[in-house]
Structure formats: structure tokens, C-alpha cells
Design a protein around this ligand. Structure first.
Ligand code: AP5
Ligand code: ZN
Length: 205
């Protein structure tokens, strides 16, 4: 399987990609996590952190490099967080083919609630939400007991900026795949398990 999962910030790409990678035994390739793991890396454009904390896109050369290296090593994959603009989409088409392109559709106000309520484990990276996916004990990871923290870019102001960047830069990528006739849209407003069933249905049929 070579699956591309598209969707706005907070649409559930990370949540669903992890499940899909598990289900199909393929690599979960996510530029967001890769960049967070290398936030302080000095590039000729500045650190990834300087862009991410403002909700802006990290420059294409930095991100393209990450994706190329990750896909070279992967037999199958679920790609999440890339491409985010038409130039990245063009680059991706040069380095790999895709079997499925899935868009997770979620309303804007739901996205803001999901982003501002998200908490992530400082140790293992597991994802929670204060209302929608609360941990058993507040502030503590169910998986590993680590501390749950808020991502620096999940403040309401930065979340709204990220949504603007999505509508300006990434919607044209969605339209591009729609015009090619390969896009499948999935309603992302349901429980994580229900959304997962919907995606599995379209990937397998
Ligand atoms: P990235 O990490 O990719 O963030 P994003 O696209 O903004 O996506 P999120 O991780 O916020 O959301 P998600 O869709 O994965 O949702 P999740 O499953 O976590 O990118 C961060 C930054 O890195 C960018 O702003 C940019 O600066 C840089 N970057 C990354 N890729 C780049 C690229 N290609 N080019 C340039 N720059 C790049 O869910 C969100 C919350 O909702 C969670 O709390 C979760 O528990 C909850 N939730 C999930 N599903 C459900 C559900 N079904 N019902 C209720 N709650 C749910
Ligand atoms: Zn943890």
C-alpha cells in the first residue's frame, strides 16, 4: 500500500495514519513528526521551529529532502502532512506513485476545538484530547506514564494561522488530485474508530 492522507490541521491525519500503518504493516511517514524531532536543526533558511511556531510552512527543500529519504527506505507507506503546496505535489509525483489519495473532511470550528484541546505525550508521542480522547488520569499518558503537554503551535492564534495556510496552500493540492480523479473524500467527523473503518473501506475497494 502507498496511501496519501490529506486533510487540514486537526483533521485526524496523525491519528488515522498510525492506525493504517499498523493495519497494513507499512511505514508511517509524517513530515510534522520528522520536523518536530529536528526542530532546532540549523538550515540555510533558519530552524524548522522558527516556521512551525508561527504556523508557517517550512521551506520546500528541507521538507522534500525528509520525504525523499523516508520513501526511499519504505516498501509501503502512509504519507501524512505532505504535500502541502503544489510544488511539493510536483516533487512527490517525481519520486513515487500512489495507490490511494484520501481527504479527511472536517468542519473548521471542529478543527479549532480539536487542535486547542490536543495533548501529546512528552515521552512516546501518543495523542490525546482533553474532551474527545481523554487519558485515564489527567495529564498522564496511558501508554507510558509520561507527561502530557500542549504543542507549541496548538494555541488558538497559531491554530487559526495554520488553517489559513492550509486553505491558501494545500487546498490547491486537494483540487489537483480531485481534477486527476484519484481523490476519495471521507467524512472525518465521527469517532476515530468509525473514521478508520471509512478509510479502510475506500482503500480496499
Ligand atoms: P503537522 O504536524 O503535520 O500538523 P498539521 O497538519 O497541522 O496536523 P496536526 O498534527 O495538527 O493534525 P492531524 O490532522 O494529524 O490531527 P490529529 O490526528 O493529531 O505539521 C506541523 C507543522 O510542521 C506545520 O505547521 C509546518 O510548519 C510544518 N510542516 C509539516 N509538514 C510540512 C510540509 N510538508 N511542508 C512544510 N512545512 C511542513 O488530531 C488532532 C486532535 O484531534 C487530537 O487531539 C486527537 O486526539 C483529536 N482527534 C483526532 N481524531 C478525532 C476524532 N475522530 N474525533 C475527535 N477527536 C479526534
Ligand atoms: Zn506516552
Amino acid at each position: 500500500h502507498r496511501i496519501l492522507l490529506l486533510g487540514a490541521p486537526g483533521a485526524g491525519k496523525g491519528t488515522q495514519s498510525a492506525k493504517l500503518a499498523d493495519e497494513y504493516g507499512v511505514e508511517h511517514v509524517t513530515t510534522g513528526d520528522a520536523l518536530r524531532a529536528n526542530k532546532e536543526m540549523e538550515t540555510e533558511y533558519g530552524t524548522p521551529k522558527s516556521f512551525m511556531d508561527a504556523g508557517e510552512l517550512v521551506p520546500d527543500p528541507v521538507v522534500n529532502e525528509i520525504v525523499k529519504a523516508a520513501l526511499e527506505d519504505a516498501d509501503g507507506f502512509v504519507l501524512d502532512g505532505y504535500p502541502r503546496n503544489l510544488d511539493q505535489a510536483e516533487y512527490l509525483s517525481e519520486i513515487t506513485d500512489l495507490d490511494a489519495v484520501v481527504l479527511l473532511d472536517v468542519d473548521e470550528e471542529v478543527l479549532v476545538d480539536r487542535l486547542t484541546g490536543r495533548r501529546v505525550c512528552d515521552d512516546c508521542g501518543a495523542n490525546y484530547h482533553v474532551d474527545f480522547q481523554p487519558p485515564e488520569e489527567p495529564g498522564v499518558c496511558d501508554e507510558c506514564g509520561g507527561d502530557l503537554v500542549q504543542r507549541d503551535d496548538d494555541t488558538e492564534e497559531t491554530a487559526r494561522e495554520r488553517l489559513e495556510v492550509f486553505y491558501d496552500n494545500t487546498e490547491p493540492v486537494v483540487d489537483h488530485f480531485r481534477d486527476e480523479g484519484v481523490l476519495v473524500e471521507v467524512d472525518g467527523e465521527a469517532t476515530p474508530d468509525e473514521v478508520f473503518e471509512r478509510i479502510r473501506d475506500v482503500v480496499e475497494n
